[in-house]
Write a protein that binds this ligand. Structure first.
Ligand SMILES: NC(=O)c1ccc[n+]([C@@H]2O[C@H](COP(=O)([O-])OP(=O)(O)OC[C@H]3O[C@@H](n4cnc5c(N)ncnc54)[C@H](O)[C@@H]3O)[C@@H](O)[C@H]2O)c1
Ligand SMILES: O=C(O)C[C@H](O)C(=O)O
Ligand SMILES: [Mg+2]
Length: 446
């Protein structure tokens, strides 16, 4: 699989003053290169009489790597580093999202229409015909992105507030990819009873609920109880969004290698929210042998109950054609564990259990990490489709339809399409809406 250049690196920009004489810029770039730094954009900001100011984008492995480069640059005569600019930090200043009005507010007449007294007639209509809320409010296009902060990416239990940048990121993806308003909700409790109760009480505000980065095993009970109580779709993204993208990737991997996915041995390392969700969807798709391993005996037991086979890390690596890792444990898979021809999906974010290039070099036929095999390919279209169809729940038929739609958009030789391919999200939404209608998920209760 092609790895897009620089995507596994950290991007930093340095602002430098350079003597305006032939050779100085060359010496600077040579110093960067000698420390293994890749250079992106080089921009001339100011041209002075004796010096120029330039911004140079660098792709570095980590902060230590950056420090080595900065040291090498500091030794170059005629060059001074003025500032190291962190573009990631910049884009987060002030937060990434805001609630914006969709209507004009220019005159007092506008005030009377959008607010009191005009708004009262709309309130009365909705009171008499509750279904009009879908037409006259934003409820039907709003999804709560709810976390308690217990499994933020692979960073662990860092709390809901520290998880907010991830929730805002999901909200940006919702808006830009499918036009849904995703509203982060941070819950200051780890108690399943309180979580369920709180979500049920705020549910009237939303057309659907997306649970995010809530750790196993509580996430399973919380989701099950919410699905039982609410009549709007509830989906834990880390379980089901991830599973949909993994199934899509494996539909393609097995197509390229001429194997039948149902007959392939799949091994899952890390049976938390993501690993268990993946195991369950693969079994629902018909995969007969799903091995699994986890540090927690409870997670292994649940895997057995779900129809999988529990083993250890060595067992998974030795026996599986396809290995999926979701542990939050960077570097867990060593190159010497990889078998020739294996498919390795090391999905932990922000750092994988093994880098794709390393896995390929160790003999894997396909390898990818959690940046490309990411639930961002699935959740926007799944929720768009569910809202469009007025689905009351999200079932396996809808999830498998989403996987098939995603798989179809991958370029030849790639496992999944790019996240910014807008046609994918529209196709997922259509497939999910159709599956919702055909499977009865959109029907009112009898
Ligand atoms: N790429 C994606 O779209 C995607 C989606 C969801 C989650 N993830 C990643 O998956 C990881 C797990 O997320 P989660 O929500 O499932 O968290 P979780 O806390 O629910 O589950 C993690 C599981 O891994 C197990 N584990 C930890 N270290 C292990 C080891 N050395 N060997 C075996 N098992 C081990 C834990 O016991 C736990 O059961 C995170 O890094 C997250 O970023 C990626
Ligand atoms: O947020 C992501 O990038 C994917 C996923 O939801 C995760 O928790 O890692
Ligand atoms: Mg997540």
């Amino acid at each position: 699989m092609n790895i897009e250049k620089g995507l596994d690196k950290i991007v930093k920009t340095i602002r430098v003053t350079i003597t305006d004489q032939p050779g100085y810029l060359g010496r600077l770039t040579t110093a960067i290169g000698s420390e293994g730094g890749n250079i992106g954009d080089v921009r001339l900001l100011r041209s002075g009489l004796t010096h120029n100011v330039r911004e140079i984008t660098l792709y570095v492995d980590n902060d230590r790597h950056l420090e080595r480069i900065l040291h090498a640059v500091s030794l170059v005569e005629g060059v001074t580093v003025e500032e190291v600019i962190d573009r990631v930090q910049k884009v987060h200043e002030g937060g990434k999202i805001a609630v914006k009005s969709r209507v004009e507010l220019a005159t007092l007449g506008d005030v009377r229409k959008i607010y009191t007294p005009g708004v009262a007639s709309i309130c009365r209509q909705i009171q008499q015909h509750p279904e009009l809320a879908r037409r006259f409010t934003a409820i039907g296009n709003s999804v709560a992105i709810v976390t308690n902060g217990t499994a933020i990416l692979g960073l662990g239990d860092i709390g809901p507030v520290a998880g907010m940048p991830v929730m805002e990121g999901k909200s940006v993806l919702f808006d830009k990819l499918v036009g849904i308003s995703g509203i982060p909700i941070l819950l200051d409790t780890k108690e399943p009873d309180q979580i369920v109760e709180t979500i049920c009480r705020i549910a009237p505000t939303f057309g659907a609920i997306k649970l995010e980065d809530i750790a196993a095993p509580d996430c399973f009970e919380i989701e099950r109880r919410l699905v039982e109580r609410l009549t709007i779709p509830v989906m834990h993204d880390d379980q089901h969004g991830t599973a949909v993208v993994v199934l899509a990737a494996l539909l393609n991997a097995t197509r390229f290698t001429n194997t039948r996915l149902q007959n392939a041995t799949v091994g899952i390392i890390g049976l938390g929210a993501a690993g268990t969700g993946i195991a369950k969807l693969l079994m629902a798709y018909g995969v007969k042998q799903v091995l699994g391993t986890d540090l927690s005996q409870g997670a292994m037991e649940m895997h057995r109950t779900n129809g999988g086979e529990a083993t250890d890390l060595a067992g998974v690596m030795e026996r599986s054609l396809i290995v999926v890792a979701t542990t939050g444990c960077p570097g867990l898979i060593k190159p010497e564990m990889v078998r020739n021809g294996q498919v390795i999906l090391a999905l932990s974010n922000p750092d994988a259990e093994i880098g794709p290039q390393q896995a390929l070099a160790a003999g894997a036929s396909f390898a990818a990490d959690g940046k490309s095999i990411n639930n961002a390919l699935a959740f926007p279209g799944i929720f768009r489709g569910a809202l469009n169809a007025r689905a009351r729940r999200i079932n396996n038929r809808m999830l498998i339809a989403a996987s098939r739609a995603i798989a179809q958009y991958a370029e030849e030789g790639e496992l999944v399409p790019g996240i910014l391919n807008m046609a994918v999200h529209a196709a997922v939404a259509d497939a999910v809406a159709q599956a919702a209608t055909l499977s009865g998920a959109a029907d009112p209760p009898a």
